[in-house]
Design a protein. Structure first.
Length: 398
């Protein structure tokens, strides 16, 4: 009996060591994932090179490439991914294609019909300017920031997302938090504090009206433009008006973490921490940390996962970890590491030459609209690469 207990005790001591040894180091996970991302992105760039004025979007149900023009809200993500990968490896071929696809978006600097100019221009021209220092990018960005600012309504205190319809007069979506970094940059680059004032006012209005008591977020809040009064709170891409659409939750997490970084206003840090707690502790968060497309989807645990939501969340948590004390810092990093390990596994990371040459599989764009369901998404790829680079710089110091 005593020998049996000794054997069992020894087994329990050894097993954690075996598991730790069988799991590759994060440095290896990140290096392999970035190498795969580079090979996939170069293949996609070469495919797209001969399609004038187009940018990659996703694949259809038959696995065929779907492209977009520059006005599509995701147009900046592929060039942005190329810039990140060029920054990582220094591969001049990546730089060539990054410029090629960035320049295909040039005319959008004057587009006043969309709120997504942060995604479109700051991910592309913003990274180009940061990495290369080419001064001509600055004016493109400042023109774009002016175009984005034209959608701000002082009565409402927000930048308008979409146009008026039978459903709403002045819709504002939680995704719009992601475009505020563009305006914060523009304020510093131009010296014009109006850009900053718009971003701060939008963020404050969003805190006031977009969140429930548990810190989950509505997707859409619409206002009466003449008075600023809230007229409706609902969803467009989530399961229901009162559900927690996964990508919407992580847009908020990322946006308020970023606003704290830019302003050091504790209100934004507190908001980001509350959103993180809602997500990390949610009973419907799967063990592998890749969220279902909506935390209230009726077919959980068989509901589709959204790799893009996981990538955005991982990148958010890595940045947020820099602004909090222990043990929260390690909790955020451990959660993000788990997400990155899963995304870098064969279940989600595409083999070279497959998946339309996109990086991640299993994104969910707009399930209620039956659009981009269980397919690669350029924003999933962008934030996955960003998260890998952030983790390596912050944790591995490389």
């Amino acid at each position: 009996m005593r020998n049996s207990l000794l054997i069992l005790f020894s087994f329990l001591l050894i097993m954690p060591l075996v598991n730790a040894q069988s799991e590759p180091a994060m440095s290896q996970v990140i290096d392999q994932a970035l190498s795969r991302a580079e090979s996939q992105s170069l293949l996609l760039a070469k495919t797209m090179e001969e399609i004038p004025d187009a940018l990659p979007r996703t694949v259809d149900k038959e696995g065929k490439l779907v492209t977009s023009n520059s006005a599509w809200w995701c147009s900046g993500f592929f060039p942005g991914t190329l810039w990140y990968l060029y920054e990582n490896s220094g591969n001049k071929e990546l730089e060539k294609y990054a410029w090629m696809f960035t320049n295909r978006i040039n005319k959008e600097q004057y587009n006043k019909g969309t709120h997504d100019l942060g995604f479109m221009l700051y991910c592309s021209y913003g990274n180009a300017l940061r990495i290369t220092g080419v001064d001509s990018c600055k004016q493109v960005l400042l023109n774009g920031a002016a175009s984005l600012s034209s959608r701000f309504n002082g009565k409402v205190g927000c930048i308008q997302s979409w146009g008026r319809s039978s459903k709403w007069q002045f819709p504002v979506i939680i995704d719009n938090m992601m475009n505020l970094e563009f305006l914060m940059w523009a304020a510093k680059a131009s010296g014009d504090n109006r850009f900053r004032d718009i971003a701060v006012t939008h963020a404050n209005t969003t805190i006031s009206n977009h969140f429930r008591t548990d810190y989950s977020s509505y997707h859409v809040v619409s206002y009466v433009p003449e008075t600023g009064k809230v007229e409706v709170k609902c969803t467009h891409q989530g399961y229901s008006d009162e559900s927690a659409w996964a990508r919407g939750q992580v847009w908020g997490l990322y946006g308020f973490g970023m606003m704290y970084r830019e302003t050091r206003d504790k209100r934004y840090l507190d908001q980001a921490k509350h959103i993180a707690a809602f997500l990390m502790n949610h009973p419907n968060m799967p063990a592998d940390k890749i969220p279902y497309w909506d935390f209230n989807a009726p077919d959980i645990p068989n509901a589709l996962r959204d790799a893009s939501a996981a990538a955005i969340m991982a990148s958010s948590l890595i940045e947020l970890s820099q602004f909090v004390e222990e043990p929260l810092k390690q909790n955020y990093l451990a959660f993000a590491e788990s997400q990155l390990r899963t995304l870098a596994s064969p279940q989600y990371l595409a083999e070279t030459g497959t998946n339309g040459c996109f990086i991640l599989k299993h994104g969910v764009g707009h399930l209620p609209g039956n659009s981009e369901v269980d397919v690669p998404l350029t924003y999933g790829d962008y934030y996955f690469v960003e998260a890998l680079l952030r983790y390596r710089k912050l944790v591995l110091h490389r």
